[in-house]
Design a binder for this molecule. Structure first.
Ligand code: IPE
Ligand code: IPE
Ligand code: MG
Length: 239
């Protein structure tokens, strides 16, 4: 039966897509098969955002720390990333998805960097869903990078004061609102260096479902839970 979409939806959903390896292990498959099926979840959840009218989706796909995984796994992840970028453009164009990337693009091969630029350019005019993928991403590095850029601008007088709003302008994606909902699949109760600045008042939702199994219905459960939350932002009544 089709589940009913709640009235009160988040504007921006961020997801820590975790559990591909455990999923593969459960299926007695190699870890890489978990990553492969995880790509189908990415498409499914992007499509759901389009269907429900959620304009911002941010996915944690590869952390700075993930470079320390065994070489073979990193190699396969890079291969799958290339495949994803190659295959998903028609889907993005059909659904009006704009691709955005946060993280250190320069850590990737020239070929992948060219693919990032190509898909971002092709989808730049799309406006239904802004899909931000975090790649070689570290929340701490993002903050340090912002501090460095700010000190340069302070030194040469381009800015005068630093406050929350001024600081945000120096993050990777200054125009994207902070996430309303952060979902982590696979049950771990940690943020693993994701969007440290942006999640100050984000509602958190952790599910035991592994990422390759996380599809529309599981997403709707998270959205229904979000609809029930009372957000106070330090005040005493709901904002
Ligand atoms: C998430 O799944 C994908 C990436 C971090 C690239 P994992 O690969 O972390 O899967 P588990 O946590 O080992 O199950
Ligand atoms: C977080 O998952 C990073 C991504 C989902 C890309 P990890 O599997 O790398 O995180 P830890 O090691 O469990 O904290
Ligand atoms: Mg993991």
């Amino acid at each position: 039966m089709k589940k009913i979409v709640p009235d009160r939806l988040p504007t921006h959903v961020a997801i820590i897509m975790d559990g591909n390896g455990r999923w593969a292990k459960q299926q007695k498959l190699k870890r890489v098969e978990g990553h492969r099926v995880g790509i189908d979840s990415v498409r499914n959840i992007t499509e759901a955002c389009h269907e429900f009218g959620i304009p911002y989706l941010t996915l944690y796909a590869f952390s700075k720390e993930n470079w320390s995984r065994p070489r073979e796994e990193v190699k396969t992840l890079m291969y799958l990333l290339g495949l994803y970028l190659e295959n998903e453009l028609p889907f993005m164009m059909e659904k009006g998805v704009r691709l955005n990337i946060i993280g250190e693009k320069k850590d990737f091969s020239k070929t992948l960097q060219a693919q990032f630029d190509h898909v971002m350019k092709e989808t730049a005019a799309n406006s239904n869903v802004v899909l931000t993928i975090a790649l070689s991403y570290s929340g701490r590095r993002e903050i340090i990078r912002a501090v460095k850029l700010i000190s340069e601008d302070l030194k040469c007088g381009r800015i005068k004061r630093i406050d929350d709003r001024a600081f945000k302008k120096y993050l990777y994606a200054p125009d994207i609102p902070d996430p309303d909902l952060l979902i982590r699949t696979s049950g771990e109760m940690r943020v693993s260096n994701f969007l440290l600045w942006q999640i100050a008042y984000t509602e958190m939702y952790v599910t035991d479902i592994l990422w390759p199994d996380f599809r529309r219905e599981a997403f709707l459960d998270a959205l229904r839970e979000f609809a029930k939350r009372e957000r106070r932002f330090g005040n005493i009544k709901e904002f």
